[in-house]
Write a protein that binds this ligand. Structure first.
Ligand code: PEP
Ligand code: MN
Length: 354
């Protein structure tokens, strides 16, 4: 697919990926200014701050709204950093532009809604401002591309995508599962579209920021957007995932940026896919063992033996046949199930003999 685009030309140091940093939310003028000055001292060129916050439930901190926009303008004036904020309605666009915000982004909850995106796109017609579109919360590449197309069709040429991971019902390591193959496929489909990684919303945890930034570099992302707060523990939103400007500087400084990394189905990215799938496998195995322990309680209450031979044979035969239909050897699949069954029996015995 061909998108007619102009380069974002975001400032960065010596051909390193650009970094947009700043708090999840602009909370107070003091918090904004303190964080901004600390970031600027570390050489950061672009400042993010959420002015309108989409909250899952009402009653949480929903952002300061227009009141915070003069603080953002002050950041730009005093530090020279470009400023960025999330817009979700035409009114947000109007106000952000009025106060001179340099970069707009569309949040994950908004990009999931074509009506909202179309309204945003209409309000951007005739405006020359860079717009970054976050992936929708659900792992739906077409919906993400659709949102990008709507903004592009309104005439926005400095356009980029932000990968912030995807919601998943399972318990997992990440707040939002990365599913790296989706941004990689986006890049394959629209090769000239810059893709930015948001390790803060993927990880949801401070200790995951550094490894996620490095993974993004290894996969050839164009830039990073990272949440940074002068006092992360006291942040009014997303406290667990924010780092101080000092820590962020430490992380960025140690990133290994390789030459000529192209975001393609390279070995590294395919390994990431394998890692994702292994995470899923481990999740599923954990759940399977939990159900198996529940069965042990039932068997104990009904005075049944642990191993029900007929049921065991049925599983081995059924999965063996299914495996060979899926291109695996039936004996391999049987061996896998024998091992799973062995562990399952061990866990059930523990419960029954308690
Ligand atoms: C944010 O950037 O603070 C935010 C709300 O992100 P997302 O839309 O990715 O959840
Ligand atoms: Mn946030």
């Amino acid at each position: 697919m061909n998108f007619e685009l102009q380069p974002l030309n975001f400032p960065s140091d010596n051909k390193r990926p650009f970094v947009i940093a700043g708090p999840c939310s602009a909370e107070t003028e003091e918090q904004v200014m303190t964080t901004a000055h600390q970031l600027a001292e570390k050489g950061c060129h672009m400042f993010r701050g959420g002015v309108w916050k989409p909250r899952t439930k009402p009653g949480g901190f929903e952002g300061q709204g227009e009141k915070a926009l003069p603080w953002m303008a002050r950041v730009k004036q005093e530090t020279g950093m470009l400023t960025a904020t999330e817009v979700a309605t035409p009114h947000h666009v109007e106000l952000a532009l009025k106060y001179g915000i340099d970069i707009l982004w569309v949040g994950a909850r908004t990009s999931a809604n074509p009506f909202a995106v179309q309204e945003l796109a209409d309000s951007l017609r005739g405006v020359d401002v860079p717009v970054l579109v976050k992936n929708p919360v659900s792992p739906d590449l077409e919906l993400w591309i659709g949102a990008l197309q709507r903004i592009h069709a309104a005439g926005i040429r400095r356009l980029g995508a932000i990968h912030r991971g995807f919601s998943s019902v399972d318990q997992k390591l990440y707040r939002n599962t990365p599913l790296w193959h989706i941004p990689i496929e986006l890049h394959r489909r629209i090769p000239n579209l810059p893709v930015v990684c948001d390790p803060s919303h993927i990880g949801g945890r401070r200790d995951l920021i550094a490894p996620l930034c490095q993974q993004a570099m290894d996969m050839g992302f164009d830039g990073l957007i990272v949440e940074s707060h002068c006092n992360p523990d006291e942040a009014w939103s997303d406290a667990k995932q924010q780092v101080t400007p000092d820590v962020l500087d430490f992380i960025i400084d140690r990133l290994v940026v390789r030459d000529n990394v192209e975001m393609t189905e390279s070995l590294a990215s395919m390994r990431k896919q394998i890692d994702d799938m292994d995470d899923h496998l481990m999740d599923l195995l954990t759940k399977r063992m939990r159900v198996s322990r529940e069965i042990a309680i039932y068997k104990k209450e009904h005075n049944m033996g642990v191993v029900q031979t007929a049921r065991y044979s049925e599983i081995l035969d059924k999965r063996g046949a299914q495996g060979s239909m899926c291109g695996m050897s039936a004996s391999f699949v049987r061996r896998v199930y024998e091992a799973i069954h062995e562990e399952s029996v061990r866990q059930q015995m523990e419960i029954i003999n308690k």
